[in-house]
Design a binder for this molecule. Structure first.
Ligand code: FE2
Length: 168
């Protein structure tokens, strides 16, 4: 249930080359802002058909693609009237376990980002912008789903910032 979306992009190295065969894992709240997690007590409905988790391997050009629903914002009790902006958690494994990247992808124009301590923990504006996907007409499929593009850069000057430490 919710707004069906396609989230797609490439995993890139510091030279802009696609990184093939990388495990990309995602987890997220459902459209109502609720996780399939016994620790989630947000009184929003669960969707019996939505697990909120997925995994794939990048292809030869480093591409990944997920069909999902747009996650809802949810309250998290971190501070007064605290709401997480809509986001999808990403975990990537490089060639070894020590090169795991855990981060979060956001959606363009989300007004909650300016209040979010996890977003604000990334000190520079460009780093924060690197976590925002863009609406993409090419990824959008007629009669089916809106498309968002998000490239993940593993290393270098444009590296995707890793998260400071949010478990959900
Ligand atoms: Fe979350």
């Amino acid at each position: 249930m919710g707004e069906r979306i396609v989230v797609s992009g490439r995993v890139l190295d510091s030279e802009g080359r696609g990184v093939p065969d990388t495990v990309v894992e995602v987890w997220q709240a459902n459209a109502a802002g609720r996780y399939v997690d016994p620790g989630d007590h947000h009184p929003a409905p669960l969707d019996p058909n939505f697990t909120g988790a997925g995994r794939c391997l990048t292809d030869a050009e480093g591409r990944y693609r997920f069909v999902t629903v747009k996650p809802g914002a949810y309250p998290w009790g971190n501070h007064e009237n605290a709401w997480r902006p809509a986001h999808i958690h990403f975990s990537l494994y490089g060639p070894e376990l020590g090169s795991r990247l855990v981060t979060q992808m956001y959606f363009p124009g989300d007004q909650l980002m300016q209040y979010d301590p996890i977003v604000k923990s990334i000190p520079d504006r460009r780093g924060r912008e690197l976590l925002v996907s863009r609406f993409d007409w090419e990824t959008t499929e007629p009669q089916w789903a809106l498309g968002y593009r998000w490239d993940i850069v593993l290393r270098g000057r444009l590296a995707t910032p890793r998260e400071a430490g949010d478990e959900r």
